[in-house]
Design a protein around this ligand. Structure first.
Ligand code: NAP
Length: 284
């Protein structure tokens, strides 16, 4: 079997076009406040791409670049101002922040209606309780790709490798919500390949280059590779794509799979946030 490629680049372009149409239909363009603290090179590139793509779909760019030595109190004050500002419909604090800052306390200051990254405790709680809200971008992007590829989830075995708050845990919850039978694996899972071979849908988000080989995949499974690694040989994911493509029915490539979906989902969340604020004022 040679797997069909799930094209994340095309899916993301499609979603961005939908978001641009939605933005044009809103009474006021959403305003996205991105906050970059310090000068981490990778974070600066991520933020630059998020701002460029936001502007392209008509979202107002309300970026702030703050000094690396900003105090917790000062940054809390900035977030408080953004939470109260009606011009700001979405807030994104680029992580990681410098080590002297308390990330959780800062995230907690973002009202759930403006939490376009979906990473605050209140957004996570809504996801667990099955309530409407803003959800983390990468696992939401995976769900979009699965739906676009016509992958049936109800009653099927889904295995997620990884249990981070950013990807693995919300991913498992989203698959469960769609009535898959979900197993979550992590670094202490015994005989990982034995567990992953049960999967009709396998999501790899462990952060270990090419760790999922053909022996870990059931013939005909759909394989989604969230991993992203820059090796001397080039970019790769958590899946040994060439080998697994011989066994799987559908597979995401790296690059061009899940990666492009993350920013596209951020843009969609920014529109959702603007709509949430229209119907309900900030709950603080
Ligand atoms: P993370 O916070 O490091 O979490 C990794 C998870 O994988 C942990 O739960 C860990 O288990 C588990 N794990 C590690 N080694 C394992 C092993 N050998 N066997 C089974 N499980 C193992 O990473 P993350 O933030 O979730 O990101 C995961 C990957 O996705 C990374 O490559 C990251 O670059 C990529 N990523 C891509 C995007 C994108 O937009 N494409 C977005 C986010 C992340 P324990 O909990 O037991 O330690």
């Amino acid at each position: 079997m040679t797997a069909a490629i799930i094209d994340g680049k095309a899916a993301a372009a499609e979603l961005r076009a939908d978001v641009a149409t939605d933005v044009a239909g809103l009474p006021t363009a959403p305003g996205l406040a991105t906050l970059l603290v310090g000068d981490d090179a990778a974070s600066a590139i991520y933020i630059k791409n998020k701002r460029r793509m936001s502007t392209e779909v008509g979202i107002r760019d309300l970026h702030q670049h703050l000094p690396a030595d900003i105090s917790q109190e000062e940054l809390s004050g900035v977030l408080e101002g953004l939470a109260d500002d009606p011009e700001v419909t979405g807030i994104l604090l680029q992580l990681p922040v410098p080590k002297h800052l308390d990330t959780n306390a800062l995230l907690a200051m973002i009202p759930p209606e403006k939490d376009v990254d979906g990473l605050t405790e209140r957004s996570a709680g809504k996801l667990i309780l099955g309530k409407d809200g803003l959800r983390p971008c990468t696992p939401s992007g995976v769900m979009y790709l699965l739906d676009r590829a016509g992958v049936e989830l109800e009653g099927r075995e889904a295995v997620v490798v990884g249990r981070s708050s950013l990807v693995g845990k919300p991913q498992a919850q989203m698959l469960l919500e769609r009535n898959a039978t979900v197993t979550t694996c992590h670094s202490r899972t015994r005989d990982l390949a034995e567990v992953t071979r049960r999967a009709d849908v396998l999501v790899a988000a462990a952060g270990v280059p090419k760790m999922i080989g053909a022996d870990a995949v059931k013939p005909g499974a759909v394989v989604i590779d969230v991993g992203m690694h820059r090796l001397e040989s080039g970019l790769c994911g958590d899946v040994d794509t060439d080998a697994v493509a011989e066994v799987a029915s559908q597979i995401t490539p790296v690059p061009g799979g899940v990666g492009p979906m993350t920013i596209a989902m951020l843009l969609r969340n920014t529109v959702l946030a603007a709509r949430l604020l229209e119907v309900a004022p900030t709950s603080g």
